[in-house]
Design a protein around this ligand. Sequence first.
Ligand code: GDD
Ligand code: MN
Length: 389
Amino acid sequence: MTISGSDLSQAVDAASRPLELAVVLPTFNERKNVATMVERLEAALAGIAWEAVFVDDNSPDGTSDEVRRLSLSNPRVRCIQRIGRRGLSSAAIEGMCSTAAPVVAVMDADHQHDPALLPGMLRAVTQEGFDLAYASRFAEGASTEAWGRPDRVKASGLANKIANKVTGVELTDPMSGFFMLRAETLRGDAHRLSGVGFKILLDILATVDRPLKVKEFPLNFAARAEGESKLDQTVVFEFLVGLYDKWLGRFIPTRFALFGTVGALGVLVQVAALHAIKALLGHSLASTQLSGNEYFILANTLAAIVAMTFNFVLNNELTYSDKRLRGFGPLMKGWAQFALTCSLGLLTNVGSAAVLKSIGINEMIAVVGGIVLGSVWNFALSSKFVWGK
Ligand code: GDD
Ligand code: MN
């Protein structure tokens, strides 16, 4: 490798001048985008002492390796490789907390956000007295045509209205993933950010106690350069989860609420499965030696296994989407562990109901109490043992 004069002076410059700006770029499978992204940052931020912090969730396409490769020849580039975790918001928070720069920006790494806006945003928060600068896809002068996703444009419009109502903050694009603020604005409150989903800007606005002075920059939201969006399947779900988290998350933790909802759906699944099994197997079982009661126990056991499997799959996809088990082996092991936790949960459920009833508590209340205690136990055990790592 040869080191040119300009590379060298740049390196010396970056090392000797105090850092002014950190650009945090969460990545998942963006290997083909990062090198060109760094080039565009170099061009946009000439004359500013900046660093780029890529926060990669151990992407299978080797994004982290690619960032480290760039980092070897460019001291402005840093890589945080997170193992066993997923999530745009939490990646952004970790990136923002990992830098000593007095000002932090967050932006997408797929070229949908134009780095040319960064210097103007920097002036806004360092010289013009704004607390926060952000790029809006829906401000006057912005455009989303190149995005090529009219469905997402519509969905965003609706989500923005809801978000504005809920947070009381009037922005044209509270879901934007492209913003900048002084690190101190966030520092004291970072631990209160939820880190769930991808609505990090909304979360910051709702979390920081004082009203923030915001400057909006119209964004021409470009088409993604390489690869595909990761937010497509989960976009609505994560939005709702994010809202719940902000509203009620401190009373009933979001993960437990999800776990409970999945469990309640499981009850319906078991009832439906029992009906289906009876309808399907009724004939063939009628000709066996089984008594009516044995037959019921068999059918209901099958139905319970179906419901438990349903719960396992849904919890793996939704409740623990950030710790999702993948691949045949881990899934089988997880399923078996989940089956075990559920059996223990069932014992707690039935046992505590019996205790409650025996001390004279109304039967229905005892049953509900058993369900709640069983669920808490189930949740605690599966959080630790099934999705613990
Ligand atoms: N570390 C990490 N972990 N990064 C992620 C994850 C994750 O789980 N999911 C997505 N990213 C990264 C992507 O690699 C990309 O750099 C950026 O976050 C945005 O993800 P996309 O998958 O490209 O999202 P999008 O273009 O569909 O969504 C856009 O609109 C959202 C609101 O509607 C983005 O601008 C989002 O930032 C915005 O919130
Ligand atoms: Mn994108």
